[in-house]
Design a protein around this ligand. Structure first.
Ligand code: 1HE
Length: 263
């Protein structure tokens, strides 16, 4: 495994392992709460993913995935509405790059996945939780609102009605309920190991197919059915033009060199 230059106390550690990047948020003493600097580092990584990377594992240090907005920084800065709008737009930019950047992101979650931590996880494409993981949106109790994309991303996953209920009550949901609602796709004894295994497998897909999967499906869900079907056709044709890869993969099936789809 090679690592980009990073010291042990860096907020964002990046290790490149073959064609997988392992991105580790490293503020365990703050339960990985995200301050402005941490969000800027996430933005910088997803703005400039090394070209050899075909999938990203997003993980965090310590017993909790992410405690959301850095409440200490927010409290100390006494931000005005326009200053906080700028902060929210920074979160939106960074998480949009993660979700729509064209490279699959697999999150490994443990402990608290709350507030902005859930917004971070919701921007990943595949979410793996260990058995300690739990989810909540405690913004109501803190006297604020979501600002990192939850009204779009979390509401789409769990439905707007469920998100309203969770925010009003501040209810904490365990990992099993989280999985039923789609917040976790997998529950694993070792979320990091499972996320890495999935990332390696996903990075082995055709690169352009992965690009289409992680960009087109969310975009098409914003469109009318007629626009969506047209766009789907165009994307299919665009992916198909990567002729060598497609011909090779189709040929592998036709010549019985690859596995069938079976249980
Ligand atoms: C923090 C934060 C934070 C912990 N900002 N410093 N998010 C929340 O409302 C969740 C707030 N955090 C918690 O409920 C708990 O800390 C946890 C359940 C996540 C973890 O509990 P625990 O017992 O393991 O740790 P702790 O003792 O509460 O916290 C350890 C330290 O981290 C402590 O600091 P210390 O100086 O006393 O050691 C905590 O103050 C600190 N810490 N969470 C700052 N969030 C774009 S809008 C997004 C809106 C939101 O995200 S709102 C939801 C905010």
């Amino acid at each position: 495994m090679t690592a980009t230059p990073a010291s042990a106390d860096d907020v964002l550690n990046i290790d490149i392992d073959g064609n997988v990047a392992i991105v580790t948020i490293n503020r365990p003493q703050m339960r990985n709460a995200l301050d402005e600097a941490a969000v800027a580092k996430i933005d910088a990584f997803f703005s400039n993913i090394p070209p050899e990377v075909g999938a990203v594992v997003l993980q965090t240090e310590g017993p909790h995935f992410c405690a959301g907005l850095d409440l200490k920084e927010h409290h100390a800065k006494r931000r005005s509405p326009t200053e906080f709008m700028r902060v929210c737009q920074g979160w939106h930019r960074a998480f949009d790059k993660m979700q729509h950047g064209g490279i699959p992101v697999i999150a490994a979650m443990q402990g608290a996945v709350v507030g902005g931590g859930l917004e971070l996880a919701a921007a990943a494409h595949v979410r793996v939780a260990d058995r300690t993981a739990y989810f909540a949106l405690p913004e109501g109790q803190r006297g604020i609102f979501t600002g990192g994309g939850a009204t779009v991303r979390v509401a789409r996953i769990i439905t707007p009605g469920r998100m309203i209920e969770l925010m009003l009550t501040g209810r904490v949901i365990d990992v099993e309920e989280g999985q039923r609602l789609g917040l976790a796709h997998y529950i694993a004894d070792d979320a990091r190991a499972t996320a890495l295994e999935l990332a390696r497998k996903i990075a082995g897909n055709a690169r352009l197919s992965n690009y289409a999967i992680v960009t087109a499906i969310n975009k098409i869900s914003d469109m009318s059915a007629t626009d969506g079907l047209y766009t789907e056709g165009l994307i299919m044709c665009m992916v198909q033009t990567a002729i060598d890869d497609v011909q090779g993969r189709l040929g592998d099936f036709v010549e019985k060199r690859t596995e069938k789809v079976q249980l």
